[in-house]
Design a protein. Structure first.
Length: 496
């Protein structure tokens, strides 16, 4: 029996330049110390002694991270949140709750999802279905969403897992080669089974003249299976920025239909790889009603039974929550539910495929877990520049240590070997992909969200990863982790 492959050749997005600090931080800290050195040069000892504590406090504010952010960034974000709450920017109510709906197909969503618009594309595939094309006016992107079914890897052998991992790598390399896709999101939501499909089937096929004992046995078995069952639903979201698709869309006819035709070609390529090397058993691109149901169950997991049996065609105007109060610092409330979202930091020792499985296991009936993995392929030119910079920085740092008489520790040698291995794989034709993981737990509003937030963090820790709660950005984190519309994690640097 072969041993499972451990994946761990990742590195930080932007490495530190000197002493664990970036260029901007180093320049700012050095600039703040200029008055100290100027006073020392002029032999003004009192001024130098008075300014030194100020300099030290400034260095701590801009250079010492606390839960992923420096104290200065924490203060800035807290001020933004207080100003937004004072001006009423963080409160939201749906148009349907206010009785002001003009178009039922117009999406009405809060927060970072407010720029989402959905369009019915032209007929696609042999069944002439019309997948929904999602446009984000804020980020200037276009995306499509598919519901996928996969047999899973829980009982798969190591060789099968390795083959599926190679299939996912081939999929990401194809998207990087095409230089059209900016983000590829895989979302898995796990919730205890509500028995909606089973109840609907029984209502349509149950015989009224059956013996009473048979009815009692069926009802008891249904209760036992519903209590013990867990339901999974998985979505794939493909995001394409406007700047990459505009030229091709003009050649395809322009407008929304032209962009949809370009996306349809991409969808066919991705569907072939999902059904082939990745091992999916089915791929269904969602239309407007299917997308609305996926969004609604993201906000309210308990509505799935009603959508399955009573309202199969839900309009997008009713997909969101009726109201969303100002988000709390450490959790997010939406209608009768509340959620906690954490980012998952990748461990330096690497991880085997399926290591995140404990994060998807609910700890109580009624709890919903959701994990979204974002893959962002990097173009060949940019990847070459990034890897070249990493290689030069690693060699220069180790050479400075050796010339300065400092010992090159095992961690430094391991990082140098990791950079060299990444350079070799890139030269062999492999793609460079940026990865981010967001995990969320959703429970009814009457439950203790702090307790279930700790359970989520404990599950992440037990899986071998490190959780980092998205304080002051729980609404954005929830949209990234639970809503399959292509909205990614909040960014600090650069643009999409």
């Amino acid at each position: 029996m072969s041993t499972p492959v451990r994946y761990g050749s990742w590195s930080v997005d932007r490495g530190a330049s000197f002493g664990g600090l970036g260029v901007g931080t180093c320049v700012g800290a050095a600039a703040a110390g200029i008055p100290v050195f100027a006073a020392l040069g002029a032999q003004r000892w009192a001024v130098a002694a008075a300014w030194t504590p100020v300099w030290a406090v400034f260095v701590v504010l801009v250079a010492v991270p606390v839960r992923g952010r420096t104290p200065l960034r924490w203060s800035w974000d807290a001020c933004h949140r207080l100003v937004g709450a004072a001006l009423g920017w963080t409160s939201w109510q749906s148009r349907s709750a206010a009785g002001d709906v003009d178009d039922l197909e117009d999406a009405d969503l809060p927060g970072v999802l407010s720029g989402i618009r959905t369009h019915d594309g032209p007929p696609f595939g042999p069944l002439l279905c019309r997948p929904a094309v999602v446009s984000d006016d804020r980020e200037r992107t276009w995306s499509v969403v598919a519901r996928i079914a996969h047999p899973g890897i829980g009982l798969a052998e190591a060789d099968t897992r390795t083959r599926l991992g190679h299939g996912l790598a081939e999929l990401l390399e194809s998207t990087a080669t095409g230089e059209l896709v900016s983000s590829f999101a895989l979302q898995v939501r796990t919730v205890p089974d509500d028995g909606a499909e089973r109840s609907a089937w029984q209502a349509a096929n149950r015989r009224a003249d059956a013996p009473a004992l048979a009815h009692a046995v069926i009802d008891e078995l249904a209760d036992i299976m519903t209590a013990a069952g867990v339901r999974h639903e998985a979505f794939v979201t493909v995001v394409v920025p406007e700047r990459r698709i505009s030229r091709l869309a003009r050649e395809a006819g322009g407008g929304t239909d032209g962009r949809a035709r370009v996306l349809y070609g991409l969808m066919s390529e991705l569907e072939a790889r999902l059904l082939g090397p990745v091992g999916c058993s089915s791929v269904a691109w969602l239309d407007s009603s299917g997308l609305a149901a996926a969004v609604r169950t993201g906000f309210a997991p308990g509505d799935r039974a009603r959508l399955t049996t009573e309202e199969p065609d839900l309009p997008m105007a009713l997909a969101g929550p009726s109201s969303a109060p100002p988000p709390e610092r450490r959790h997010y409330e939406h209608d009768a539910w509340q959620s906690v979202t954490c980012t998952v930091l990748l461990p330096d020792k690497g991880a085997v495929m399926g290591a995140l499985a404990p994060v998807l296991v609910p700890t109580a009936a009624g709890e919903r877990r959701s994990v979204t993995v974002f893959f962002e392929p990097i173009s060949h030119t940019r990847a070459d520049r990034m890897i070249g910079g990493e290689s030069m920085s690693s060699e220069l740092t180790n050479e400075i240590r050796r010339r300065g008489g400092f010992r090159v520790r095992a961690a430094h040698r391991q990082e140098a070997a990791r950079v060299e291995g990444r350079d070799i794989r890139f030269a062999e034709g492999n793609a460079l992909v940026r990865v981010a993981v967001a995990a969320a737990v959703t429970v009814p509003a009457t439950w203790s969200i702090s307790d279930f937030g700790r359970r989520l963090e404990s599950s992440i820790t037990n899986s071998g990863f490190k959780p980092l709660r998205l304080d002051l950005a729980q609404d954005s984190g929830f949209a990234a982790a639970c809503i399959p519309l292509g909205v990614g994690l909040p960014r600090r640097r650069g643009a999409r």
